[in-house]
Design a protein around this ligand. Structure first.
Ligand SMILES: C[S@@+](CC[C@H](N)C(=O)[O-])C[C@H]1O[C@@H](n2cnc3c(N)ncnc32)[C@H](O)[C@@H]1O
Length: 486
């Protein structure tokens, strides 16, 4: 499978990409398009299925673009994600990865840690160039890639729904864009969405139909309701509803509010976001509270967060706790350390780390995110955390000039990875540990190579499944300065 989750098959040596086909399967396909070296094909029939093939539980899986891996067992997904990381480390980073046995979980791994089925053995996956018979590590320096930490219950994990609204012959619909198009298909339920979000979306659509609210038409730019956005705090149960509208006036506004209050008591905040631009960007610049609070609250671990209509918050809170827990474990804090959190967003990792550190500095490029981070620090009474707006590659060198010394630097960059100037600064600041949180194995592998060449050693990489049934892969990697002797 390639990184998009498409099966990669061969016909007499010619490569075909086949969405829906799994490794090890024999399939009958229709070739749709060919290039010189490869082509694309449509799956017609699975002649010999993989042992990992399962029936996708979602009725609209083949139409909706949201999930890509529902036809692969969950254990198979976790194994594929881990192998993908190993491949990136080896091929892009040219980094040695420990063989099967040495990469086995030290503390019980996926099965013990999450209750999910253990991933397929490495032997079943693409061979690692460093694997040795018997599973011995290739070299002493080989990186341990741990089994992907999956979910006990890998469904209904999303705390946020963003549902586009449109119009068909049958009236107002809200659901998802049909694969590869901008046609909105009505949807009753989404199996990776929290049930309460599904419920609120369904009720909002029905209230809108009852009140005769018009749906936005992307082509003409006419119609009012564009998106229904719903957020739920998994721990608090509090819900926020945001109506994204093409214009400021909502007809029957009072009736809307009383219907929602009556039908969905968990909603403590109803907001309107106004977006009159003809764009597929969901939100406009203006948000106002129609009723209730400006924020809902939720917890990750013991840290409390205020979530506003526009603030970024991780969408899978259960796995976020796992990811951040691993980040704290790798940071190995005793309470005496100074930690820098680069690309800190609303300060979630910073505040998590701050529970165990003497001082934390967070830096993030989006001003509003830093405002949220400061509110959240205050909310948790954490006065030893400093947040600054700016590019990590500009701000951290300034901190260095101010003689701020970090024992640990945590980075959590966007998909494109760390800016080279930041990596240079890390090498100059020489923290004992670097903890790299990544949503892109390719740029992770590239950056680990740079840090290794500059005097760091990657000890371990832990894939965490933040988005079951999709091809997204999150990792946290631990690097230590080579001269520490760890
Ligand atoms: C993957 S998110 C991580 C957010 C946060 N650590 C979390 O766990 O929620 C990456 C963040 O980096 C920010 N960002 C992008 N480029 C940046 C830069 N050059 N310097 C600082 N922050 C940046 C983005 O706005 C985004 O909030």
């Amino acid at each position: 499978m390639n990184h998009d989750g498409e099966g990669v098959g061969r016909v007499e040596g010619f490569t075909l990409f086949i969405p829906g086909a799994l490794p090890g399967e024999k399939v009958r396909v229709k070739v749709l398009k060919t290039k010189k070296q490869y082509g694309y094909a449509k799956l017609l029939e699975v002649v010999e299925p993989s042992a990992d093939r399962v029936a996708p539980p979602c009725a609209i899986y083949d139409k909706c673009g949201g999930c890509q891996l529902q036809h692969l067992s969950y254990a198979g997904q976790l194994a594929w994600k881990r192998q993908h990381v190993i491949d990136a480390l080896e091929r892009i980073g040219k980094l040695p990865v420990a063989g099967a046995a040495s990469a086995a979980p030290r503390e019980g791994g996926v099965a013990a840690a999450t209750g999910a089925a253990a991933p397929a053995p490495d032997a079943a996956a693409a061979p690692s160039t460093d694997a040795r018979p018997g599973g011995a590590p290739a070299t002493e320096r080989a990186i341990v890639v741990r089994p992907t930490l999956g979910m006990d219950e890998p469904w209904r994990y999303r705390n946020k729904a963003q549902v586009p609204v449109g119009v068909t012959d049958g009236g107002l619909v809200g659901g998802f864009y049909a694969r590869g198009s901008h046609r909105i298909v009505d949807m009753e339920t989404c199996l990776i969405q929290h049930e309460s979000n599904d419920d609120v979306v369904a009720r909002v659509k029905s209230i809108a139909r009852r009140l005769g609210i018009s749906a936005y038409n992307e082509e003409t730019g006419q119609g009012l309701l564009r998106h229904v956005v719903v957020k739920v705090g998994f721990r608090t149960g509090e819900m926020m509803l945001v109506l994204v509208t093409n214009g400021s006036k909502i007809p029957h506004e009072d009736e809307w509010i009383s219907a929602i209050q009556r039908e969905i008591p968990a909603v403590v905040s109803i907001c309107q976001n106004i977006n009159t631009r003809q764009t597929n960007v969901i939100f406009g610049d203006t948000t106002r509270v129609l009723w209730g609070r400006e924020v809902i609250y939720d917890y990750i671990g013991d840290v409390k967060f205020a979530i506003s209509a526009r603030s970024f918050y991780q969408v899978n809170p259960v796995q976020t706790e796992v990811l951040y827990g691993k980040t704290v474990e790798y940071a190995s804090l005793t309470g005496q350390e100074t930690v820098i959190d680069a690309y800190c967003g609303i300060g979630t990792i910073s505040l998590f780390l701050a529970q165990h550190a003497k001082r934390v500095y967070g830096v993030e490029i989006v001003k509003e995110a830093i405002e949220d981070a400061r509110v959240n620090a205050e909310l948790n009474g954490m006065h030893h955390v400093t947040f600054e707006v700016g590019a990590s590659e500009d701000v951290i060198p300034q901190w260095k000039e101010q003689s701020i010394e970090a024992d640990v630097i945590v980075v959590d960059p966007p998909r494109k990875g760390c800016d080279p100037r930041l990596l240079e600064t890390i090498l100059e600041m020489k923290p004992e540990r670097v903890v790299y949180v990544s949503c892109n194995p390719a740029t992770l592998a590239r950056d680990l190579r740079i840090l290794e060449d500059g005097g760091y050693r990657t000890i371990e990489v832990q894939p965490v499944d933040m988005f079951p049934h999709t091809t997204h892969i999150e990792n946290v990697a631990l690097l230590v300065r080579s001269d520490t002797g760890i």
